[in-house]
Design a protein around this ligand. Sequence first.
Ligand code: ZN
Length: 276
Amino acid sequence: MTVLHETRGPVALITMNRPRYRNAQNSAMTYALDDAFTRAVDDPSVAVIVLAGAGDHFSAGHDIGTPERDADTSFPRRAAPWWDHTDRVGADRRYAREMEVYLGMCRRWREIPKPSIAMVQGACVAGGLMLAWVCDLIVAADDAFFADPVLRMGIPGVEYFAHPWMLGPRLAREMLFTGDRLPARRAYEAGMVNRVVPRDALADETFALAERIARMPSFGLALAKRAVNLCEDQMGMRAGMDTAFGLHHLAHAHNAETSADPLAGMDAAAMKRAAE
Ligand code: ZN
């Protein structure tokens, strides 16, 4: 199972389960996550959702090179009012896929009416960062780190471009320009993370917080969540993200024109080498 789903009292635990690949997200995982979120929303006994990653890392990002990479596979579209990508070519193909599988799905999960908490250990990188950001709260283990290194591919940030709102513009630039890891403590100081806890206390602390929140009235929680989300959008996040998504695709297209592929010929191993 790519994604595990269980309930513990009023808390649904959704776990990305590709630990061998540091929970790299392929489309199968995206749609399994969407099923799990939908199930948690529909289950009246669930008040709060915790999103976790199995193993030592939350998520190393989108799948750019495991044997189960499935960018060419068609899935029933749920998140974007656009056509299927698989019978298209070039930018048309990429734009359709990423609007659905990456940006659209992330926005969909951000807007579900139950509070969500990302429970983060180890790597939370690029596409992993997108998943942590769509959650309402982030509890990080002291070994967690956050990074968006896609500028090494010439791409100006991941598809869900929330960096300036999550970190402030100054730190957002530093994260993008350097590709460096932001340690949990620094992410906390920047207001991106709610709690930093010892690694072995991560689950207990996250569930304790989830259970406290679960005692609040569900409709009130949904309204508070929506109020903050709408204010974030009034602060320009949604429009900024649409703008950045266009630039992201300009970069993919430039790479496709001038290098081996839309990722500038980089796979997971090349990205690792570039970071060293
Ligand atoms: Zn992309």
